[in-house]
Design a protein around this ligand. Structure first.
Ligand code: NAD
Length: 448
């Protein structure tokens, strides 16, 4: 391409889920020729046709742009990818193991092995998945044991910090680039691959392999701690008659603290934070580093207790039992701007109320379909109005803008009882009370 000399490195991205599909599209946007590999044929096929099998703003446009430009294609064939490219990003999942806090590393191990065994020329393998510290070192022995004779393969780590919902921007203009375990040659190659963001000022942190792995999980652990911290303070606020939202705004003006991740409420979920802190609890215990383990154990417990708290509030709001009560649930995604329902607090609460005999009707602007796949027995509505109609209580469990923009007077005319629980502190409490609602948030003083 015009932006790169003809010998520009060609790139493969192994695993094209939320992380990999975004990374592949961003690399094409930066001017490289990219091939994405996924062992799920339906996913590879959909992406090849420019369809993204999940909701991520801006991503379908970017993928279509570069499938069309010819710089981006997708396959299920790892050998095709290794023959084509020089830099291989490993972007497969590292979910929580069943019945343990530990991360399941089988996908990362398998993908690395497949890349290495299929190398036809020298290659750089770049781990991007979030892994427990020490994984890279283990993978290096897998590389050494499987690399074909006469071929040189190096493995480094380059963790990813993108946020779902803002994944495209985060990938094109990251806050920082961390590369761990590099040689002079692979560091130069990484600087070439990330030349565009580096040129616009993105800092590069070059470090050893374990530091690179640990930066990522520490970032997530810190964010999780911030959320559980404010939820702990919210409990004090409630007991003392203070308002946690005003408090968080005041705290947030201190640049050492910052306002983000200080929203009290139902707590964090999703495919990353919960499993990443649990993997860190497990790994730090394994290493005998008990302080991190006990701190994060508390963070996890506080977070999970928020879900129970909201379930209890709903039961109380329905007079002690939700049996045969109709409950309108606004939100299913674990946060706004995504359709991801992995470990979603909203769906957890909805399912728990359903188990207690409530008729739960859920509406989410993007996640109805993914939620329905996980909980087919719950009822799904097409709008806020439909979810609210006939409700004995209305629960706001994900802070979509559409919900905070809803008109309390209009919704009031649809429900059976004007009871609303704002588990994300995202509604204008005064406006809802003025419209005749019995309103409760989390960590706020009771109605005046
Ligand atoms: P995901 O489940 O959406 O995607 C993983 C993909 O890998 C799937 O499409 C799966 O089919 C594919 N796959 C598995 N084994 C494969 C193999 N051997 N060959 C080819 N493809 C294979 O997961 P995700 O959310 O994209 O997360 C991937 C990693 O990135 C995880 O370690 C996660 O912690 C990390 N991460 C995720 C985010 C995020 O916001 N989702 C952000 C930063 C880091």
């Amino acid at each position: 391409s015009a932006e790169h000399p003809p010998q520009a490195p060609r790139i493969s991205v192994v695993g094209t889920g939320y992380l990999g599909a975004t990374h592949a599209a961003a690399m094409a946007e930066m001017g490289f020729e990219v091939i994405g590999v996924d062992n799920d044929p339906a996913k590879a096929q959909a992406l090849s046709e420019g369809r993204v099998p999940f909701f991520e703003p801006g991503l379908p446009e970017l993928i279509r742009k570069h499938v069309k430009s010819g710089r981006l294609r997708f396959t299920t064939d790892i050998a095709e990818a290794t023959a084509f490219s020089d830099v291989h990003f490993i972007c497969v999942g590292t979910p929580q193991q069943r019945g343990s806090n530990a991360a399941n590393l089988s996908y990362v191990e398998e993908a690395t092995m497949q890349v290495v065994r299929n190398l036809t020329h020298d290659g750089l393998i770049v781990g991007k998945s979030t892994v427990p510290v020490g994984t890279g070192m283990r993978l290096r022995s897998i590389v050494a044991e499987n690399v074909p004779a006469g071929i040189d393969a190096e493995l480094i780590w380059n963790p990813e910090f993108l946020r779902e919902g803002k994944a495209v921007d985060d990938t094109l203009t990251p806050d920082r680039i961390v590369v761990g375990g590099t040689s002079a040659r692979s560091e130069a190659l990484m600087r070439e691959v990330y030349a565009k963001p580096i040129a616009t000022g993105t800092p590069v942190i070059v470090c050893d392999l374990p530091t690179a792995e640990l930066v990522k999980v520490s970032a997530n652990a810190f964010l999780a701690t911030k959320i559980s911290f404010i939820n702990a303070i919210a409990e004090v606020c409630e007991a003392a008659g203070a308002d946690v939202t005003v408090l968080a705004d005041a705290l947030g003006h201190d640049v050492r603290i910052g306002r983000q991740f200080l929203n009290a409420g139902l707590g964090f979920g999703g495919g990353c934070l919960p499993k990443d802190i649990r993997a860190l609890i497990y790994r730090s215990s394994e290493l005998g580093a008990t302080k991190a383990a006990s701190l994060l154990q508390q963070v996890d417990e506080i977070n999970m207790s928020q879900r129970q708290r909201v379930i209890d509030m709903a039961i109380e709001a329905c007079g002690g039992s939700v049996l045969n009560r109709r409950i309108g649930v606004l939100g299913a995604a674990f946060k706004p701007l995504t359709d991801d329902v992995r470990d979603s607090p909203a769906l957890n609460v909805a399912a728990a109320l359903h188990l207690r005999g409530a008729q739960v009707v859920i509406y989410d602007p993007e996640a109805n379909e993914t939620a329905q796949r996980m909980f087919p027995t719950l009822t799904y509505a097409e709008s806020v109005e439909e979810a609210a109609t006939g409700a004995d209580a209305l629960l706001v469990l994900t802070e979509w803008k559409e919900f905070s923009a809803a008109k309390p007077e209009e919704i009031r005319s649809l429900v059976a009882r004007p009871v609303v629980i704002d588990a994300r502190n995202c509604l204008d409490a005064a406006a809802w009370r003025a419209a005749g609602w019995w309103f409760t948030g989390l960590g706020a003083s009771p109605a005046p």
